[in-house]
Ligand binder design. Sequence first.
Ligand code: PMT
Length: 399
Amino acid sequence: MQGHILVGITGGIAAYKTPSLLRLFVKAGYEVRTIATEHALQFVTPLTIETLTNNKLHTDLFAAVAERHTEHISLAQWADVMVVAPATANCIGKLNAGIADDMLTTTLLALNKPLFLAPAMNENMYTHFSTQKNLQQLQANGVHVIEPTEGFLACQSEGKGRMAEPETIFQQIDNFLHPKEGMGIKAVITAGPTYEPIDSVRFIGNHSSGKMGYCLAEVLARKGVEVELVSGPSHLSCNHPNIRLHKVETAAEMFEATAALAPTADIAIMAAAVADYRPAHIADHKIKKSEQHLQIDLEPTQDILKTLCAQKKEGQFFVGFALETDHEEENARHKLESKKADMIVLNSLQDAGAGFNTPTNKVSILRPNSEILHLPLLSKEETAERIVDTIFETINKKR
Ligand code: PMT
């Protein structure tokens, strides 16, 4: 059992997202108990909440007498952490003023455990001096506030006040209860192919799906690492709150985005299949078909890995990939040395199930002054876990 989470639900439209939060906690092995205000029950049903948590939903301070006389005290004692999601301006105000007039606010007052609030309201209500003052005072007293985000609000306006996504709330609390090895570490990862335009409709691309890079991002994010994922065109998506996705198309765009992020990264992993050449001139119209041969003049792109490794600072750890078709180890060793990387992950198109566009990969890991490490054919998720473990082991040894 991961721990005991007490979830308070107040009456805001964002309460429709609370069942997803409950599900995340339950799925991760937490035991979850819930308290809803009367207003919250206008937005979510007890049946949904009780089915998801497999526990009774507490709503009425006095109905609780039938079971236990001081349920608000025993729930507060039972919890390892309490979160109110959504937390309305009304609930935040009552908590800061010490008002306890229902089951939720009474329990909040009886609580001496860590408390998280996920505010959700209209932007004017959120930025109101009274709400801001309440939040500041609560934070000064050790309450954790999970910032709302900006976006389209239920009142049909745009602004700050959307409750943080369930994944973000879950992650913050899970990280708080179970600090992860990668917390405080920043990584930048490149993934996917690049598309180099020839004219307004055609491009030079490659078969990379992005999967290897996205799996690495996911594994690092689960370890608590803050990941900047710079991705070429890929149909994949990621919704881990620790991953920020930067979409690019060309090698030049990938270089620009990665170079801007690398100086503050502790780890960089270049898993993208970046074009080595691009058309020197892009036709501004669709090139017409003719019976003549067509020659396209190609010029080299900038090598992202090599450029960034040359600017690498003390303590940074930069990893490249090598996709080879022949003389694999020799070529990969040459890339490790010529690009001055800390590690090269070699995958060969000679190995069935390795490389591009497959759910699996078979890689070997090369590091300076170390024996080559051969991994078996594994799913890309498992391959990413083994690569990340090796990166952490190597960094820890260096310290
Ligand atoms: O995306 P998937 O379908 O899951 O496939 C994964 C993969 C096969 C693309 C991946 O595992 C992989 O091998 N990526 C690197 C592919 C590649 O371009 O290898 P390379 O040997 O040409 O390049 C060597 C290294 O230099 C790579 O880290 C590459 O990202 C980097 N590079 C290359 C050219 C360039 N202009 N800039 C670079 O940074």
